[in-house]
Design a protein around this ligand. Structure first.
Ligand code: HEC
Ligand code: HEC
Ligand code: HEC
Ligand code: HEC
Ligand code: HEC
Length: 212
């Protein structure tokens, strides 16, 4: 073989390698940064009710706002009725509270809260079985909710499964959004999370338990 042939094929090899590397970089950027920021819509709550202020500083327990009625049914998200015990009039100097009292309490208008926990219609879940019977702590399933201040709600435009971001310094990419559920990001509970716990506690994982 002649020297020229070798350097020719080496050059072609280097060129192909270069194209491959560039394509790899482009697809990594698309998959890790571009896709997550296109797939998720950012939503702000109509009012930031400031969970850690109420829970940590004022010392209101979770079950003051999220309680079971006497018949055992779950109240879920509190209505204005729960808030007016304290906020029938403006009690502090915060602009957020003023907005809440003037635009919702005084007008008797319910706040349309954005929720990231929501499961699809096909899933049946009851707080009564998990909180009252199995005695599982709220934090096991809801992580920092109530203890940290949610900054951003990210709703997946296709599936509607959502995330809440507690730390705005967390960059929005495939890693933080899809895998890093923890102190800074929390999201809708997935089927594998439900079944993992059921399995570990010897509870049934038959499809019909959760899908009626
Ligand atoms: C047990 C009394 C109590 C209840 C119940 C309560 N709050 Fe508050 N809330 C307070 C107090 C006290 C403050 C602090 C007021 C201040 O000094 O600025 C506050 C502050 C706020 C603020 C201002 C937050 C900020 O960061 O400035 C908002 C908004 C608010 N509450 C909304 C709500 C909503 C919505 C509910 C019902 C889901 C509710 N509160 C239920 C006592 C209560
Ligand atoms: C002062 C009333 C109040 C207290 C106390 C409170 N919450 Fe809430 N919670 C709310 C309101 C209002 C919302 C709807 C707005 C939101 O999601 O931020 C909510 C939403 C939630 C959600 C749904 C989040 C979502 O966006 O889908 C969870 C889960 C939750 N709270 C858990 C807790 C836990 C756990 C505690 C105790 C550590 C707690 N809450 C204490 C008022 C309260
Ligand atoms: C075993 C896991 C688990 C535990 C424990 C748990 N939750 Fe939930 N929670 C969920 C799931 C799943 C949803 C979504 C339900 C749906 O969309 O049908 C939810 C929804 C909520 C919501 C939104 C309104 C609603 O009911 O859909 C609030 C508020 C809430 N939880 C508060 C609490 C509080 C407060 C506690 C502790 C007393 C608690 N949760 C314990 C899993 C749990
Ligand atoms: C941290 C553990 C844990 C997680 C997470 C969990 N479960 Fe459960 N679940 C239990 C236990 C324990 C029981 C048995 C409760 C009892 O009846 O004593 C149970 C019972 C149930 C039941 C049967 C009782 C009933 O309400 O009819 C259903 C349905 C159910 N879970 C659905 C779900 C779904 C859906 C999810 C996820 C969104 C989920 N669970 C997540 C622990 C868990
Ligand atoms: C312990 C509760 C639980 C059990 C058991 C369970 N699922 Fe699910 N499943 C869920 C939850 C919660 C979701 C919604 C969250 C998600 O997509 O991960 C879901 C979602 C699904 C979806 C997607 C539906 C949609 O609208 O996105 C399918 C399909 C499904 N499950 C099939 C099954 C089959 C088949 C089985 C039995 C092998 C099964 N599930 C057992 C909790 C459960």
């Amino acid at each position: 073989m002649k020297m020229r042939d070798i350097s020719e094929s080496q050059r072609q090899f280097a060129l192909l390698g270069g194209i491959f590397a560039a394509a790899l970089v482009v697809s990594l950027i698309m998959g890790w940064i571009l896709f997550p920021s296109l797939a998720y819509a950012r939503k702000a709550q109509p009012i930031n009710y400031n969970p850690p202020l109420h829970v940590e500083q004022i010392g209101i327990t979770c079950d003051t706002c999220h309680f079971f009625y006497e018949d055992g049914s779950w109240a879920g998200i509190p209505t204005l009725e729960t808030c007016v015990d304290c906020h029938s009039d403006i009690i502090g100097a915060s602009p957020e509270e003023e907005k809440f009292v003037n635009e919702y309490v005084k007008k008797n208008r319910e706040v349309k809260w954005a929720l990231y926990v929501k499961q699809p219609e096909c899933v049946s879940f009851s707080h009564s079985s998990h909180v009252r019977m199995a005695k599982i702590a709220c934090e096991t399933c809801h992580g920092p909710q109530g203890h940290s201040d949610p900054k951003d709600y990210l709703a997946n435009r296709i599936t509607n499964y959502s995330y809440v971001v507690y730390d705005p310094r967390v960059p929005l990419n495939a890693f933080t959004i899809i895998r890093d559920k923890g102190e800074t990001v929390w999201g809708t509970m997935r089927m594998d999370e439900c079944t993992a716990c059921h399995r570990s506690r010897g509870t049934s994982t038959a499809c019909f338990i959760c899908h009626k």
